[in-house]
Design a protein around this ligand. Sequence first.
Ligand code: NAD
Length: 353
Amino acid sequence: MVFKQMQPSGFEQVVFCQDERVGLKALISIHSSVLGPATGGCRMWNYASEEEALTDVLRLSEGMTYKAAMAGLNWGGGKAVIIGDAKTQKTPALLKRFGEYVDRLGGHYITAKDVGIGADDLRQVKHSTRHVLGIEGEAGSSGDPSPATAWGVYNGMQSAAQVAFQARSLKGLKIALQGLGSVSYYLLDYLVKEGAQVIGCDIDPAMVDRAVKKFGIEIVQPDQIYDVKCDIFSPSALGSSVNAKTLPRIQSKVIAGGANNQLATPEEGYEIMRRGMVYAPDYVINGGGLINIYYEDPARGGYSRARAFEHVARIGQTVFEVLERSKSENTPAQLVADRMAQERIEKKRKNLV
Ligand code: NAD
């Protein structure tokens, strides 16, 4: 049953971790370690079933392989999930035990934060393993990933503009920004400085207030953001905001933003193409945070913001290549990105054997 699920996408390894004494039930999935150690956060979630947890860890670890490959990192894709309620079942003993399982993999899997696991939790994990990155506040840490993510989104947005409007500059463009949280806050700084006209929304009034006070942007109600006449629609809140209901309402030529899993289904990718729109694939344009953490790895000589941000800027070139190839192959950009990631992995695999 598990092999059946692992086989189609070529998963390398799944580790089942259990210790009843501390209440640990966890899964570590290594989708690919061809490019380097499988890296990806640990999620703690109250899954309805073990099958659901397995499906989630497989899906997430595969996504990390593609993201790391397109970010140009020598990292593979991995992920861990701990089954349980992060509010009531998380204990230092459980986290330390999880760390022991990570450690047994000898650096083949590197863990980090995800939903339900924060910096303090990672400190507990670190008692048992050094194969953990992204502990904000620790010496040598790369800190909050949002500024790096925003820098990547900004560079990717410029490339999307170049493809759609034949000019990289965002000056004078109207941008509808959905969500005014951490990534958007840093992104706004670049957009406003460049002279873009931003119209934003958020379901949290405090986030709206902050953006208006600092950047003086125009605001619409969350549901109205899809109807704003604009050049770029930028999903930067939750996933699946581009779906069969919203896509016909989106009036922009470009979709480019920081959110994960922006398209509800692959069908939206085809529909975007039919409408003559340009879509910067989410996991390519929002890879800045991952790149930032990469430079925290002691294997690269310790964190340097300058080196990390220089690498993040290359997201612009990658987005450009994806979009050009999408046009010439008449294939949705998301699929082109998947192909490019697979090609990089295959190339490396061939050199290995
Ligand atoms: P965040 O929680 O700080 O911000 C998200 C904002 O979206 C919040 O202010 C929330 O109130 C708002 N929101 C939620 N639903 C909304 C809706 N229906 N309409 C309008 N606003 C809504 O998160 P973030 O760190 O800024 O991340 C934003 C997105 O980018 C997420 O999808 C995240 O997974 C993705 N992402 C973030 C990073 C990073 O470095 N932080 C990296 C990669 C991807």
